[in-house]
Write a protein of this length. Sequence first.
Length: 245
Amino acid sequence: MSEKPLITVLTGAGISTDSGIPDFRGPNGVWTRDPAKEKLFTLQNYLADEEVRKASWLARKDSPAWTARPNAAHEALADLARNGFPLRVVTQNIDGLHQKAGIADRKVIELHGTMFTVRCVECGARTTMREALDRVEEGEPDPSCTECGGILKSGTIMFGEMLDPDTIDRAAQVAAACDLFWAVGTSLTVEPAASLCAIAAQAGARITIVNAQATPYDPLASTIVREPIGEALPKLVQTLLQEYA
């Protein structure tokens, strides 16, 4: 039996829609239906406008991600790890569903951070999102930092905010090192995440793109799948498991 290939999977919002978490740019995406909501995700607006922050805290409190469970696509990737495939997941998502499916935290690179933490933009103090939301529910519509009084924000990357350089470097390394690179549920329009496809292709990896709409990186792919992700990804995984059984 040949050695199992190293697989790097880049996942976007599309992989979590079957878990009840809407994407942003798809036909029924959050921003497609209500473009004004993009303000809630823009750092400049968030810092400058208390009303934007209040709306953001309410959106966080009501997020479907709190009760979301991994779907068939998340479980399929976890099956690869459980069957001994060297796997790394680079995700643009903040919902933690890859880890909930059983993929070890050390194998998941969260490009845009996690919704489960909160950071002060002034002093950098960190706390849990649950603690901050408890304060919202107790009557603080825009809770401030208990250390310095500064503005609190989710531990996620907003528009206008730089990605952590160490995190993107790790992502580039696993893209360059893999044999198979799968881009799943991502429009591949947000950089630098999208350019991981090019890094993998230049290093000789075979590219597979699973997404409902065309992407700018489709010409690099040897396989393009337009089927629903919850059906397509389990099929891809099952084929690979059988090939290396």
